[in-house]
Design a protein around this ligand. Structure first.
Ligand code: ZN
Length: 415
């Protein structure tokens, strides 16, 4: 019989309440349901923080000024031997967030120079601001990394948990980032012109090979001769759609995607280094997308690059990321996890995550009651792959769908 040694749940501050007693009852409930890992959201999508940060007091939420949730939560989890991670939303910020207000230049920009907040998603103004992962100095080195280092210094949590460690793919997979920094840096990163001979085209001695692209090793100047006089939109278009060789294949998107993948992986490296410097035993976990080959192309998240930088992988194998009905989903979920087990070989742990709400599409559409059976079957599907643990999103949804007992019973069979 397979065993789920680690049983984790993603939670938010409102689940835990605002005083010692409410935190205590919340952790009691988690424990009763059979969980032994809590991942608590402490850096939020709007940009605010749920701990009394000394380094960035302007980002501290109203509630965290009055109540030190991480300190109390840590105490309660320790008593019950429940592992505790601090869930940080990385590159997704708020228009009214302290970081964006102080440094609008750190935001990711599209080819027209607009931040993501100006995009339209499902007929509504998007509103949220994604920050540029690559920019230096910028949001990565001036905000995220110092924040995580501070958190690791202040609190003896078992782990720091990355989320939104990526570019904005659900919104616009290919449109970011073309900020001033990236327009300069991407050509430098990809070696599109020589520093010593910036205007030299470096044509090949002779084009004597059967394919134009076969002449690549001499590193010709890739940027067009009129590069300096082009506007942002045209530069951006070239960087995404242009050709390495004049007259060659439109292959520059390869370098654009690589640049993003490396920017995200470099952040993972800096964050791991800072956290381990502050507290060597602290782990790093991350919520990632189900297929790193796909997410590398679409959102700069090829998490195979996180080996050594993230200890515990928590793929969000939510039903909303799969097509088909519930049975199809379970079959595809199994298939995903089997692939993830291969990709995740260099990591210390793989804990696939399922989301409660999306299991119940049919019931919600038909207005039928949501029974615990679907959650139990999803847990069973994950457990039967032989992984050592799993995650459930989220405590508030377990509550809303009334499936605490279903979780407890299903975990009981695998613990
Ligand atoms: Zn940028």
């Amino acid at each position: 019989m397979p065993k789920l040694a680690k049983r984790g749940v993603w939670c938010g501050p409102s689940d835990a309440g605002r005083d010692k007693q409410s935190v205590r009852s919340f952790v009691d409930q988690i424990e009763r349901a059979g969980f032994n890992l809590v991942v608590m959201e402490l850096k939020h999508g709007g940009g605010s923080l749920s701990w009394p940060s000394h380094r960035f007091p302007e980002a501290v939420s109203e509630r965290a000024r009055e109540f030190d949730l991480p300190a109390v939560l840590l105490e309660e989890c320790r008593k019950r031997r429940i592992e505790l991670h601090a869930w940080m939303i990385d590159y997704f910020e708020g228009e009214n967030g302290a970081a964006y207000k102080a440094h609008p230049e750190w935001a990711a920009l599209d080819a027209r120079g607009n931040p993501t907040s100006c995009e339209t998603l499902r007929r509504k103004r998007y509103g949220a601001t994604w920050m540029c992962p690559a920019r230096r100095p910028g949001y990565t080195d001036q905000w995220l990394v110092p924040l995580y280092e501070e958190f690791a210094t202040l609190y003896d949590f078992d782990g720091i948990h990355h989320d939104y460690i990526r570019y904005p793919g659900d919104l616009a997979p290919d449109q970011y980032c073309f900020c001033d920094y990236c327009l300069e840096q991407l050509p430098r990163y990809a070696g599109y012109a020589s520093e010593a001979f910036p205007d030299e085209p470096f044509y090949h001695r002779s084009y004597d090979r059967p394919y134009l692209e076969a002449h690549w090793e001499e590193s010709p100047r890739v940027l067009p001769a009129n590069w300096e006089s082009l506007d942002r939109t045209s530069k951006s278009r070239f960087l995404l759609e242009g050709s390495f060789f004049q007259g060659g294949r439109n292959d520059l998107d390869f370098f654009f995607y690589q640049y993003r993948i490396e920017a995200v992986a470099e952040f993972a490296r800096m964050a791991a280094e800072a956290v381990r410097r502050a507290r060597p035993a602290m782990k790093v976990s991350a919520a990632v997308f189900k297929n790193p080959v796909h997410s590398g192309r679409f959102i700069g998240q090829d998490w195979r690059r996180f080996i050594g930088l993230v200890d515990e992988l928590m793929p969000m194998d939510y039903r909303s990321h799969y097509p088909g009905d519930f049975e199809t989903h379970l079959a595809l979920l199994r298939e995903s996890i089997l692939s993830q087990q291969v990709w995740a070989k260099g990591f210390k742990a793989l804990y696939p995550g399922i989301a409660v709400n999306f299991l119940y599409f049919e019931e919600e559409d038909a207005g039928r009651p949501c029974k615990g059976e679907k959650l139990a079957r999803a847990i069973e599907t994950v457990a039967e792959t032989g992984v050592e643990g799993m995650m459930i999103f989220a405590a508030s949804l377990i509550e809303r769908y009334g499936v605490w007992d279903a979780a407890r019973e299903a975990f009981g069979r695998y613990s």
